[in-house]
Design a binder for this molecule. Structure first.
Ligand SMILES: [Zn+2]
Length: 94
């Protein structure tokens, strides 16, 4: 009986695992790939979504971007910072 229970448990485990991994497989996780657009330094409102409240660029883990678009985003955010459309650091912290 004990063995039967363990088999049942392992079946449940594999089901939950496959469920977890197939969750994001249908649509592209990267918003730029999905919407077929490229990041632009002139669109500072949109780029601010990819930054923290402190003005730091969020990592790929948080934004869900692919490597190519994350690289492009960080470049465009730095361009937007240079022409003062985005902050290097949020005000009121110092
Ligand atoms: Zn992408």
């Amino acid at each position: 009986m004990g063995h039967q229970d363990r088999v049942q448990e392992s079946i449940v485990d594999t089901q939950t695992i496959t469920k977890r991994y197939t969750k994001f497989s249908k649509a592209a996780r990267c918003r730029f790939c999905r919407d077929k657009m490229e990041p632009d330094y002139k669109n500072a409102d949109f780029l601010s979504k990819l930054c923290s409240t402190q003005g730091k660029i969020l990592p790929r883990k948080r934004t869900g971007n692919c490597a190519r678009h994350q690289r492009a985003c960080s470049l465009e955010i730095k361009r937007a910072r240079y022409i003062v459309m985005m902050p290097y650091i949020a005000t009121g912290l110092i």
